[in-house]
Design a binder for this molecule. Structure first.
Ligand code: ACO
Length: 313
């Protein structure tokens, strides 16, 4: 019986920063309002010539180096993104070529902010089936490209970035790796959060806030139940970084103490599919996440889509 272990992690955060003070010059808002309502002070923003594939490429290179593998070892590339460089071909195809992979399968998954978790779930299934040994899983988005910077209700939230895992097959019973994944969709709320055709993000913020808290709380509790774990077994919760108040509400409903919750939203904002792997990588780099730790990941996004994963690193 094969299992999926996280062999390597990497991320790339673009250098550009859009602060609340910058936004005060652009729309009628204030640092105080944004911090109080969202917890965000600054957002990572890609340079004008940096596309999603450029961010994804750098994160992927770092994850491969961390795993001690080369591009030729990969059997598949999965990219969660809602902002591909072009509607087609995929970001995954660009990575296949730029990384120097064999002519392997390369697929983008358009699952909004759940893109990374959906890609991870898909990778886990291919590895467990025995079909692939090593898969590159990327979450990458350039939300600044589809943000309307005259709309104060949305432009305060969004940012750019990329994160990646390399996941590998293991038959070692002492290495449980990915223990559980679950993803869900309910199209009833399609127009509560969507991108206008060829345009920018439109959102019913209040409605999405409530749906997000309910969905992430539910999926987190269901995942614990499915694996027979309790919060005491979990070292870290990494929720999708959409709003600090959403993160706090989910943690509170699931009774996760604040010190177990990883949050990057204050300095990075919401870069969609990239938030979870970036938060993972940063917390690993600063020594919080260690090999052997048990993590719960949970996300929601436009669709409405939501899901979670429980893994031992
Ligand atoms: N600055 C100042 N005032 C503002 C701003 C702003 N930037 N934006 C809205 N306001 C005003 C509103 O007009 C409103 O004024 P009114 O009472 O006179 O009508 C007042 O502030 C309160 O507005 P609300 O929308 O009720 O504020 P809320 O506390 O809900 O915060 C927010 C808004 C931050 C958008 C919140 O609802 C939220 O985070 N929702 C979830 C968003 C989200 O997670 N989206 C996911 C995107 S992921 C993806 O798939 C791309």
């Amino acid at each position: 019986m094969y299992k999926t272990r996280i062999a390597g992690v990497g991320s790339y955060i673009p250098e550009g920063r859009l602060t609340n003070h910058d936004l005060e010059q652009m729309v009628e808002t204030s640092d105080d309002w944004i911090v109080t309502r969202t917890g965000i002070s600054a957002r990572s923003i890609a340079a004008p010539d940096q596309y999603t594939s450029d961010l994804a490429f750098l994160a992927a290179q770092r994850a491969l180096a961390d795993a001690g593998l080369t591009a030729e070892d990969l059997d598949m590339i999965l990219v969660g993104t809602e902002t591909p460089d072009h509607p087609f071909p995929s970001v995954a195809c660009q990575l296949q070529h730029r990384l120097g992979c064999r002519a392997i399968s390369a697929v983008d998954l358009h699952v909004t902010c759940v893109g990374f978790l959906s890609a991870l779930e898909t990778a886990d299934a291919f590895i467990r089936s025995g079909k692939c040994r090593h898969i590159l899983v990327v979450g990458a988005d350039n939300l600044s490209r589809i943000t309307d910077y005259t709309d104060r209700t949305t432009c305060i939230l969004f940012s750019d970035g990329a994160g990646a895992f390399v996941v590998s097959q293991t038959a070692d019973p002492s290495h449980p790796g990915i223990l559980h994944t679950a993803t869900h969709a309910n199209g009833e709320h399609y127009f509560s959060l969507y991108q206008e055709r060829g345009g920018s993000i439109k959102m019913d913020g209040r409605k999405i806030f409530k749906l997000a808290v309910t969905a992430m709380t539910e999926t987190t509790k269901q995942t614990l139940e499915a694996t027979g774990k309790t919060i005491a077994d979990i070292d870290w919760l990494i929720p999708h970084q959409a709003n600090q108040r959403i993160i706090d509400a989910v943690a509170e409903h699931c009774e996760v103490p604040n010190e177990k919750v990883i949050s990057t939203i204050k300095y990075l904002g919401n870069n969609s599919s990239a938030t979870i792997p970036i938060a993972f990588d940063l917390a690993r780099q600063d020594g919080r996440i260690k090999r052997g730790d048990t993590l719960l990941l949970t996300a929601f996004g436009g669709g409405l889509v939501w899901g979670s994963a429980l893994l031992q690193f």
